[in-house]
Write a protein that binds this ligand. Structure first.
Ligand code: UDX
Length: 460
């Protein structure tokens, strides 16, 4: 009997529904999660909004893709800004996602059973549908455990007092109680809207409510104390299973990658190049871009700079950079609109990464043993930058007004000075720990197995 039951179990394909936020930094890790779960014998359905869809390519040929009808578009994002866009998306998708999931369940055959909905923490409308159909729902966080913990702490602050504290310039450099080494200014507040709206959004993302578990794209060797505290705070199991890009790399770039920069890197000396990229959303003021250009110029080091069209808001692409700078670019630099970042970080010519410290970029840089210059733009990037400098000691944070002298100094500290060599040692040490954590027997690998077992034994 038991044999028969096991045979039957094998015939039924368990399906997991993934709900990504339509933004590069969120799509990348959730698709990697999809790959990891697929390798554990689950079928994957990705339910997406109309904006920024991943297309079914050869890398995801086994995945099934659905679109939530009537969801928001690119012009909505432009008009509303990211914070309001996410609030509105959650309002309008609750009913349509229910229909979508209902249809999927109706169509499922005898040998295909939806077992769980895994949603990006910012797509919390998903949990109402999962509850309606009595499916377990799991929150997937694309940020660090520490950033999640911060949001959880912020969701409970006395709002009036917090607003006063945040306006007080002197408070900014003080440590925030209970979140060492973070200062007030490192808290994940948003550049995209007022603190009150941000707190409202955060309280929704950390409210695990009816969810069965939380998956975090991190590893205990990076954030053991934040993970332990998070486990205490939340009422449900927390599974740190990252970094997913090592365990299950899955290319899902929404923009076209300019691979010509690899040929350029091939001509550079080992560890000589500063790679600069601010991820998919961060913006840069013209005056900062100009200071950066001169700082890079004066550092005498080669550089590969990703400038997304529109990321310097005063110009379409690079028009606001000084004209003399373009001569220098042809001699010692290379500018692209979007790079194959993993390949760049893996390239032997790259010695440092100037980053906005998005969580994916942070994990990718540590995973390749590259020290960083940290210039966070908003939100969780500030938390990551502080950790890179103070906890992991493989980053230099540039704070305050950006000036060319500081840029030049930071580049030299990383690529030329002894200090850079020290930072490289500590990041290589961390890289090895990260690799061990996703290998068989490692903490993230075991955590993923525990999650999978809970799903298979319907233990949620
Ligand atoms: C944002 C937040 O910053 C991040 O912390 C959060 O967890 C998810 O959303 P983003 O600002 O885009 O993401 O940065 P990041 O998390 O670093 O993700 C960017 C991704 O784009 C990385 O995986 C990176 O490899 C990729 N990338 C970036 C490219 O492939 N090419 C580029 O030129 C630049």
């Amino acid at each position: 009997d038991q044999g028969e039951r096991m045979e039957e179990e094998k015939r039924v394909k368990r399906r997991i529904v993934l709900v990504p936020v339509p933004a590069q930094g969120h799509v990348t890790p959730i698709m990697q999660l999809g790959k990891a779960l697929h390798s554990k014998d689950f079928s994957i359905t990705v339910v997406q909004t109309q904006y920024n869809r991943v297309t079914s390519s050869k890398d995801f040929s086994d995945f099934h893709f659905l679109t939530i009808p009537g969801s928001l578009t690119e012009s909505d994002l432009k008009n509303l800004g990211p914070l309001q866009f996410m609030m509105k998306l959650n309002q309008i998708c609750e009913a349509t996602f229910k229909q979508c999931l209902g249809q999927l369940l109706k169509e499922q055959g005898d040998h295909d059973e939806v077992v769980c909905v895994v949603y990006d923490e910012y797509m919390h409308f998903s949990k109402a549908a999962a509850m309606e159909f009595q499916l377990p729902s799991v929150v997937f966080s694309t940020t660090s455990a520490t950033a999640f913990l911060c949001r959880s702490v912020l969701a409970k602050v006395n709002v009036e007092k917090f607003l006063i504290d945040m306006k007080d310039v002197e408070m900014q450099d003080k440590l925030f109680p209970g979140l060492h080494p973070l200062r007030y200014k490192d808290l994940p507040t948003s550049a995209f809207g007022p603190i009150e709206s941000m707190l409202r959004v955060y309280s929704k993302t950390v409210n695990t409510g009816t969810a069965s578990a939380v998956i975090i794209n991190s590893a205990s060797c990076l954030e053991s104390s934040s993970l332990a505290r998070l486990q205490q705070e939340l009422q449900v199991p927390v599974y740190p299973i990252g970094p997913l890009h090592i365990a299950a790399s899955a290319p899902s770039s929404l923009l076209e990658e300019d691979r010509s920069c690899i040929e350029w890197l091939n001509m550079q000396k080992p560890r000589s190049v500063m790679y600069i990229s601010l991820g998919s959303l961060a913006l840069m003021e013209t005056k900062d871009a100009v200071e950066m250009a001169w700082g890079l110029s004066n550092s005498n080091q080669p550089f590969l700079w990703v400038i997304r069209p529109g990321s310097i808001p005063s110009s379409e692409w690079t028009e606001s950079l000084p004209e003399e700078f373009s001569k220098l670019v042809s001699e010692r630099g290379y500018i692209v609109k979007w790079a194959p970042q993993m390949e760049v970080l893996r390239h032997p010519a790259v010695g440092g990464f100037w980053s906005h410290c998005g969580w994916n970029s942070t994990l990718e840089s540590i995973g390749e043993g590259i020290p960083m210059i940290c210039r966070p733009f908003t939100g969780d990037q500030k938390v990551n930058a502080r950790y890179l400098e103070r906890a992991w000691r493989n980053g230099v944070q540039l704070e305050g007004e950006l000036e060319k002298e500081a840029v030049e100094r930071a580049v030299k500290r990383l690529l030329v000075d002894e200090e850079g060599a020290e930072m490289r040692k500590s990041v290589v040490d961390l890289k090895e720990k990260l690799e061990a954590s996703v290998r068989s027997g490692g903490s993230s690998c075991s955590s993923l197995d525990n999650f999978v077992n809970s799903l298979k034994t319907k233990n949620f």
